[in-house]
Design a protein around this ligand. Structure first.
Ligand code: GAR
Length: 195
């Protein structure tokens, strides 16, 4: 059974959506660890409620990025993680993690990349007056929201849409599609079995 980890820095709604789908559909896989760089994150509470182990670290208590990434890798190995799923992890992945897990780290971003990378992507798109918005799942490299695109979902923005309801639609799309992409990358078929 393939094991994977989710990294989150905040709310963790995507983390929870993936965990729930995995359980509802009885995937032949296990979300074995939540990793967070924010010990107070809501994602940690969600992990506790879901009985999923979490590793929360304080980046400032390590000498540098390489040192905390080494600690993260130790935890990933302890929990057998073969795939890393970033879900609102607001930190660039460094060389140490890329060397250990290169090609096996994916991210979700709330825009149609390469448009609007970085923070507040939905706000950036809204202020730019885009008529089509969406989400992107991509492999992670050393850049900010760069790396080969795996999947995108788009929707049209209506005349009277507010930033809030666009954000709502984005989250709905993320919760629906990110679990499906993760499932596919774990090599599982529609029934959640090894393909
Ligand atoms: C999601 O909308 C995700 O796309 C975004 O953070 C949010 C996390 O929400 N990620 C990025 O902006 C990455 N650059 P969540 O904590 O409720 O899952």
């Amino acid at each position: 059974m393939k094991k994977f980890a989710v990294f989150a820095s905040g709310n963790g709604s995507n983390f929870e959506a993936i965990a729930k789908r995995m359980r509802e559909e009885k995937w032949d896989a296990e979300l074995s660890l939540l990793v967070t760089d924010k010990p107070q994150a809501k994602a940690v509470e969600r992990a506790e409620a879901l009985h999923i182990p979490s590793f929360a670290f304080e980046p400032s208590s390590f000498e540098n990025k390489a040192a905390f990434e080494r600690a993260v890798i130790e935890q990933l190995r302890l929990h057998g993680a073969e795939l890393i799923v970033l879900a609102g992890y607001m930190r660039l992945i460094g060389d140490t993690l890329l060397e250990a897990y290169g090609g096996r780290i994916i991210n979700i971003h709330p825009s149609l990349l390469p448009a609007f990378p970085g923070i507040d992507a939905v706000g950036q798109a809204y202020r730019a007056g885009v008529k089509v918005a969406g989400i992107t799942v991509h492999y992670v490299d050393e850049g900010m929201d760069t790396g080969p695109i795996i999947a995108q979902k788009a929707f049209e923005i209506q005349e009277n849409d507010t930033l809030e309801n666009i954000e709502h639609t984005i989250h709905e799309l993320e919760h629906k599609w990110y679990p499906s992409v993760v499932k596919q990358l774990l090599g599982l078929n529609n029934r959640g079995e090894k393909a």
